[in-house]
Design a protein around this ligand. Structure first.
Ligand code: MLT
Length: 261
């Protein structure tokens, strides 16, 4: 499906009925990252997964920025006629979810923060982004995918689930150079969300893959300590894309969380 949000079209999947849950993908993913959740959770909830502007089948954004994507998410909810939703974000999607909380908290019924962190990039992190940008410009998305993939997928999944690795490789390779560059710059320039964690007063589920090396479980533990009443779930034998590596375990913790709301 596609919907006009301002002057640009956003592609999205929308299935099921009940309380809306909006799933926000990471970098450089698209909405199909959430296919296992849409399949499983649509029995009890309305589950919606947009392609962030610049990714998948959505139009390019006016500018790449985490706050602009968060504002765009609020306008996307307006376009769908949704007042409040549960916002679930993985990694870069989690940065956007935390920005959404800062900018539009009255629109968030609950939060799900998966394999993400609250802090801004370190100097070392920024240097890695510059290298990704250079590689994208010099050799294109396939080279970027080759570099990112080992960190993206956990070691157990890499050893046992070649189909998950293939799915992620195809997803990473589908991103355009402009979007890889734009999103890398957006992440480099994002605000540190640590101080806003204490303001979160809606039910919050934090999920992390045990083997996530990009946003290690200690990041999730720190967010859990800072968000009063939050729930933390560690998914065994899963890496950074825990939702697609161990979908049954991920869906189980999300279903339990949604059922308790
Ligand atoms: C992601 O999966 O969205 C990225 O790993 C986030 C990042 O590079 O900080």
């Amino acid at each position: 499906m596609r919907i006009e949000v301002g002057t640009r079209a956003v592609a999205y999947d929308d299935t099921g009925e009940g309380q809306p849950v909006v799933f926000v993908h990471g970098f450089p993913h698209h909405r199909k990252l959430w296919a296992p959740q849409l399949r499983a959770l649509s029995a009890h909830s309305r589950v919606i997964a947009p392609d962030l502007p610049g990714f998948g089948e959505s139009d390019m954004p006016e500018r790449f920025s985490i706050d602009a994507w968060a504002d765009g998410l609020a306008r996307f909810l307006d376009a769908l006629g949704i007042e409040r939703a549960i916002i679930a974000g993985l990694s870069m999607g989690g940065y956007i979810t935390l920005a959404f909380w800062r900018l539009h908290q009255d629109r968030a019924a609950a939060l799900i923060l998966a394999d993400t962190r609250a802090g801004a990039d370190s100097e070392e992190g920024k240097q890695k982004r510059r290298e990704t940008i250079e590689l994208a410009r010099r050799e294109g998305p396939t080279a970027v995918a080759r570099t990112l993939l080992p960190g993206m997928v956990g070691k157990s999944t890499r050893a046992r689930e070649p189909s998950v690795v293939a799915t992620m490789r195809a997803m990473l390779e589908s991103a355009s150079v402009d979007s890889i560059v734009g999103a890398s710059e957006a992440m480099m320039n994002r605000a540190d969300a640590t101080s806003s964690l204490a303001t979160i007063d809606v039910p919050t589920l934090i999920v992390a893959g045990e083997e996530d090396v990009l946003t290690p479980p200690r990041e999730s533990q720190a967010m859990h300590a800072a968000i009063s009443g939050s729930r933390l779930e560690i998914i065994p034998a899963a890496g950074h894309v825990s939702n697609i590596e161990r979908p049954a375990a991920f869906n189980q913790v999300v279903s339990e969380f949604l059922a308790e709301l």
